[in-house]
Structure formats: structure tokens, C-alpha cells
Design a binder for this molecule. Structure first.
Ligand SMILES: O=P(O)(O)OC[C@H]1O[C@H](OP(=O)(O)OP(=O)(O)O)[C@H](O)[C@@H]1O
Ligand SMILES: Nc1ncnc2[nH]cnc12
Length: 176
């Protein structure tokens, strides 16, 4: 069994005092751990007929491309405001340390299609909830949402589950 948690490093007080920043770059840079993480994340969705993996800028892009490849799905980005060239749907969302706006191409998702949402980490869930709002607004069926890291104390994964989303995370940092 791969120890995913041991492969993630924690930086205290980054980017602000009081934040324990969970740095996944150390996991990503380890060839066998990165591969094992991608395999573990796609496992539950192998036969789920996912049409698109939707990744959230920026760290969600790293996983999203790899997951889409493994699932023979397409990849669709949700980007920070002003980065997508065609007509978008957008939403403002709250972060553990701030607020931002995200966008999705209106023509990237067809009503009724099956999508898998991914990001590196879920904390308050503000980002993922914004993504769910955009995707459901276009009529997507969110088959699941998967993350390397859950910070359960911040309640985001539970908030997503309360909206009926199947949430799958590899590692939890709980009160640490
Ligand atoms: O559950 P939440 O409280 O919303 O926090 C999680 C989000 O925060 C981080 O992204 P960030 O906004 O720092 O952007 P980045 O990926 O561009 O670094 C992380 O990659 C998630 O997207
Ligand atoms: N504590 C944290 N570590 C890394 N990324 C984050 N995004 C939001 N909170 C985070």
C-alpha cells in the first residue's frame, strides 16, 4: 500500500499565518507515488462511462489530464476569470483564504452527460461547490468528485455529500 500521506509535505503559515499548507508537489514528483495516486483515484470510476473529467485551475489540471487519459474521457477545464476565450458561465466562490471567480465554457458540457470533477484538495469546499453549481447549471450529471487531499475539519467534503455528490479522497489531514 502506498503511503500517500507521507508523500505530501506540510508548510506551516503559508500563504498566511495559521494556514497549514498541504504541498502536493512532493507527491507529484515521485514517479511511483504519482502513478499509484492516479490509479487509486480512477479506480471507483473505471466502468462509470465518464465522458469528461473536469479539473479546477490550477492544481486540478495536473490530476485531471492524467485521470481523463486513464478513463479514456475528455478533459474540460474550469478556469479563473478571464482565461477562457469563448462564451462562459461563471460563479464567485469563497476560499479558505480569500474569494475568487471561476468560469467554464458554456459549450464544453452537454446536458445529461456524465462527468467526474477533480481537484488536488478540498478544504472549505467553496471551490468545489462553485464547480458543482456551474456543472449542474449546464445539466451535467456529476458521477463523482475526487481529490488527493481532504481537510475534513473544514467541512467541504461533507458539504458536497450533502448536495448528493459522491466524494472520494485518498488522504485526510484531520486536526493536524
Ligand atoms: O475547498 P476550498 O476551501 O475551496 O479550497 C480548495 C482549493 O484551494 C486550492 O486552490 P487555490 O484557490 O489556492 O488555487 P491554485 O490551485 O491555483 O493554487 C486548491 O487547489 C483547491 O482548488
Ligand atoms: N491548507 C491548504 N493547503 C493546500 N491547499 C489549500 N487550498 C485551500 N486550503 C489549502
Amino acid at each position: 500500500m502506498t503511503d500517500f500521506k507521507a508523500a505530501i509535505r506540510t508548510i506551516p503559515d503559508y500563504p498566511k499565518p495559521g494556514i497549514q499548507f498541504r504541498d502536493i508537489t512532493t507527491l507529484l514528483s515521485d514517479p511511483s507515488v504519482f502513478r499509484a495516486a492516479v490509479d487509486a483515484l480512477v479506480g471507483p470510476y473505471a466502468n462509470a462511462r465518464i465522458r469528461h473529467v473536469v479539473g479546477i485551475e490550477a492544481r486540478g489540471f495536473i490530476l485531471g489530464g492524467a485521470l481523463a487519459h486513464q478513463l479514456t474521457a475528455g478533459f474540460v477545464p474550469i478556469r479563473k476569470s478571464g482565461k477562457l476565450p469563448r462564451e462562459t458561465v461563471s460563479v464567485t466562490y469563497a476560499l479558505e483564504y480569500g474569494e475568487d471567480r471561476m468560469e467554464l465554457h458554456r459549450d464544453a458540457i452537454e446536458a445529461g452527460e456524465r462527468v467526474l470533477l477533480t481537484d488536488d484538495l478540498i478544504a472549505t469546499g467553496g471551490t468545489a461547490l462553485g464547480a458543482v453549481k456551474l456543472l449542474r447549471g449546464l445539466g451535467a450529471e456529476i458521477v463523482g468528485a475526487c481529490f488527493l487531499v481532504d481537510l475534513p475539519d473544514l467541512g467541504g467534503a461533507q458539504n458536497l455529500r450533502d448536495l448528493g455528490v459522491d466524494v472520494h479522497c485518498l488522504v485526510a489531514f484531520d486536526g493536524e
